[in-house]
Design a protein around this ligand. Structure first.
Ligand SMILES: NC(=O)c1ccc[n+]([C@@H]2O[C@H](COP(=O)([O-])OP(=O)(O)OC[C@H]3O[C@@H](n4cnc5c(N)ncnc54)[C@H](O)[C@@H]3O)[C@@H](O)[C@H]2O)c1
Length: 470
């Protein structure tokens, strides 16, 4: 923990030499009560690379004419994504895993209906291990409860498979490091299969930034502000209530990736900048307790739960280049849905306007010299000039389909992944780090450098050029 005497500023050592750090206080730095992170805090330490562990950034997939896919977890998310894999050229779904026989049978029927041979089926909590051992699987996609993402990633890589997981990558720092190190040792990729990074506005933002339209990037924000009370108290999840139960375990920002990833892509986090330290604050909990009191019968299992996650959790992440990102989480209080994305640069600002109920055309822009008199303009006005090729190429108008299409394309062409293990671990780390910061009275905690020094180098990312056709 930082000594009291350091309680008014940045981690000076981390910023010396970055050039842009000087004067980049941006409102938060230097406030009384914002404690500097302790550079020697073990939480931020990166373990030495062992023999055999080598950086995985920029490492291409091997080429595949047809990608053979195994899918684990066929619930609300995985069931829908199965259809998207089946709708993608050059993909065969060869194996399915779940704990529920009905979901496996429905999944197999969908595979047959798509004209593909019967997939192998694996039922049981640990049956993913057997699925991973098959030799007709190249890539595993998983959409299970969060606690299984780490063991599924590990067993996939140990058995020679690349793996894409729904968010988050894992729930604690040890498991994140385990995934990073296993990836480096086995030379297999493990990453978040992140749909929202492929959104229309999110990709347009990358082109806009690359063209210099926002100038020098200063700060960003992103959140997951989604009232999930009804869903998380329903019987729709399997095992029942798994998502709600995380609210009994951590007082944290439980789902930072949707909001952080697009902003981190724009700031080239892990490719020239990196998260340095984080502080988190949490509100009291009231949403789940009040919802339960109003809606759940006295014999409902939720009455045995004690909720510890503050309804609103707010993190500030300082980067070594002196920028900051605000990350917000709230799934248990009433409010319209928003990912609260904002990106401020020296020449202008992009923002998701969450006062409108429509989801299309939420993003607004204000840039010099195009705009004046404090008037926002729709970001879609810039679409013709700045849309990403994935949206222009007529492949789909849906980010869920595009993440499947693009990842399968990368595997077929033998290119490096757009999103890699370092991005995924970095975007996920605010879960355990925000818990730790709140526990320490909202002190700053260091963010580990999962690249172990390679963050200074650029490498391919999601802001790609269209490859020559297959
Ligand atoms: N990217 C997105 O926009 C998005 C949207 C929704 C959910 N998600 C993510 O998808 C994942 C699943 O969420 P969901 O809403 O579909 O949950 P869900 O409860 O509906 O589905 C989970 C599925 O996993 C199965 N399962 C549970 N334990 C298993 C195990 N050990 N092995 C194999 N299968 C197992 C369940 O039977 C169920 O079919 C979560 O990580 C969630 O965060 C992402």
């Amino acid at each position: 923990m930082a000594p009291e005497s350091e309680s008014s500023g940045l981690t000076r050592r981390a910023l010396i030499g970055t050039g842009v750090a000087a004067g980049a206080g941006l409102g938060m730095v230097g406030l009384p009560g914002v404690a500097a992170a302790d550079d020697d805090d073990p939480i931020g330490r990166a373990p030495e690379r062992r023999k055999g562990e080598r950086f995985m950034g920029g490492v291409p997939f091997e080429r595949h004419e047809v990608v053979r896919v195994g899918i684990i977890g066929l619930g609300m998310r995985g069931g829908g994504m199965l259809d998207r894999f089946l709708a993608t050229a050059g993909v065969r779904v060869t194996a399915l895993g779940d704990i529920n026989q009905t979901k496996l049978d429905e999944g197999a029927a969908a595979v047959r209906a798509a004209g593909q041979p019967d997939p192998a089926l694996y039922k049981g909590e640990h049956a993913y291990e057997k699925l991973a051992r098959r030799d007709d699987v190249d890539f595993i996609y998983t959409a299970t409860p969060w606690e299984y993402h780490h063991p599924i990633c590990i067993s996939a890589m140990e058995n020679g498979k690349h793996v894409g997981t729904e968010l988050p990558l894992a729930m604690n720092l040890d498991d994140l490091w385990d995934i990073v190190r296993t990836s480096e040792r086995t030379r297999r990729h493990a990453f978040i299969f992140h749909n929202r990074s492929y959104g229309l506005d999110q990709l347009r933002m990358l082109r806009f930034v690359e063209a210099g339209r926002l100038g020098k990037l200063l700060y960003g924000s992103g959140g997951y502000v989604h009232d999930l009370r009804e869903l998380n108290f329903s019987d729709d999840h399997e095992p029942a209530g798994w998502r709600r139960k995380w609210h009994t375990r951590l007082n944290a920002n439980l789902y930072p990736v949707h909001g952080l990833a697009p902003i981190s892509n724009a700031m080239k986090i892990t490719r020239g900048d990196r998260y340095d330290w984080l502080i988190a604050v949490a509100s009291p909990e009231a949403g789940y307790s009040e919802y339960r009191a109003a809606n759940m019968p006295p014999d409902h299992p939720s009455w045995r739960e004690r909720y510890v996650t503050g309804d609103t959790n707010m993190c500030f992440i300082q980067t070594v280049q002196g920028r900051f990102i605000r990350s917000e989480h709230d799934v248990s209080a009433p409010h319209p849905y928003t990912r609260a994305n904002t990106l401020q640069g020296s020449k202008g600002k992009l923002t998701e306007d969450d006062r409108t109920t429509a989801f299309a055309d939420r993003w607004q822009v204000y840039v010099e010299p195009d705009h004046e008199n404090h008037r926002w303009r729709l970001f879609s006005d810039y679409g013709a000039e700045y849309d990403h090729w994935l949206w222009k190429a007529g492949i789909s108008n849906n980010a869920d389909q595009l993440v499947v299409y693009r990842t399968m394309q990368l595997l077929r062409l033998g290119l490096p992944p757009d999103i890699d293990v370092y991005d995924s671990a970095t975007w996920t780390a605010p879960i355990p780090l925000s818990h730790e910061s709140v526990k320490r009275g909202s002190r700053a905690v260091k963010v580990p450098d999962f690249t172990r020094g390679h963050w200074r180098e650029d490498r391919p990312n999601i802001n790609s050029e269209q490859p020559a056709e297959m």
